[in-house]
Design a protein around this ligand. Structure first.
Ligand code: MG
Length: 239
């Protein structure tokens, strides 16, 4: 092969690489982070284990829509208050448990926010407009906002991110498209310049349909693996 052809092909492969990875990565101006599984580690099994200690043993119930939609879903959309949630959950799980025991069991799925994640977010904030978009509820929120205040000196998540959104405040849950639209319109975001990072396939798929760029974080991958010096790593497989 003559030199010109070789040069042409090497140019082509570099250009292809640019189109495939670098261009997308350079176009990103905004990042929307999921919370559980991205900023904070969670393990729902730990909460189930706690309820088992109080005598709960009918695990099939946890797959029913009464549990997923009527109790958890409504609590995470802020339709029911913590008081109503506790009453419904006690009755549903058929366990005798005080408010404090219930809250402690409910919260046991949450790990502390790792210091390195806070640092990654702080550094990312220097280069991108950053948002938090979390499906969460008031009992969990009270615990992790206290962790943020006591260990990191922030008053609220709006100080760490440019803006933080929680489902129980918005009365909407991911993957409902309207929750993404709310954030997009609220800040005049251009979807193709906005990266949404989440660990759940259904949330990623919904974001894609609205034209957002997406990255699904898959265990054991951590948010530290996709940032370097406050910027997204250059070979990130953005979809
Ligand atoms: Mg998540």
């Amino acid at each position: 092969m003559c030199k010109k052809t070789t040069d042409f092909y090497s140019f082509l492969s570099i250009y292809y690489f640019y189109l495939l990875y670098i261009k997308d990565q350079m176009d990103i101006k905004n990042i929307i982070f999921d919370f559980g599984g991205v900023v904070l580690d969670i393990d729902p099994q730990l909460t189930i284990n706690e309820f088992v200690k109080f005598g709960f043993n009918d695990f099939d119930k946890l797959m029913t829509s009464e549990f997923i939609d009527e109790i958890i879903g409504k609590f995470e959309r802020g339709i029911i208050t913590p008081e109503v949630f506790r009453t419904k959950l006690r009755t549903f799980l058929e366990i005798e448990i005080t408010d404090q025991q219930l809250d402690d069991a409910w919260n046991s799925l949450l790990f502390d926010i790792p210091k390195e994640r806070i640092e990654i977010i702080e550094n990312a904030k220097k280069n991108y407009q950053i948002f938090l978009l979390s499906n969460s509820n008031e009992i969990h929120y009270d615990l992790f906002v206290r962790d943020l205040q006591l260990r990191f000196g922030y008053h609220e998540f709006d100080e760490l991110f440019h803006k933080a959104y929680f489902s129980f405040d918005l009365h909407l849950l991911k993957p409902n498209p309207e929750i993404y639209e709310f954030v997009i319109y609220q800040h005049g975001l251009v979807p193709e310049n906005t990266l949404f990072i989440d660990d759940k396939t259904e949330n990623i798929e919904a974001a894609k349909k609205l034209g957002l760029k997406t990255y699904q974080l898959n265990k054991p991958e951590r948010v530290r693996d996709i940032f370097k010096d406050g910027k997204l790593v250059s070979n990130l497989d953005i979809r």
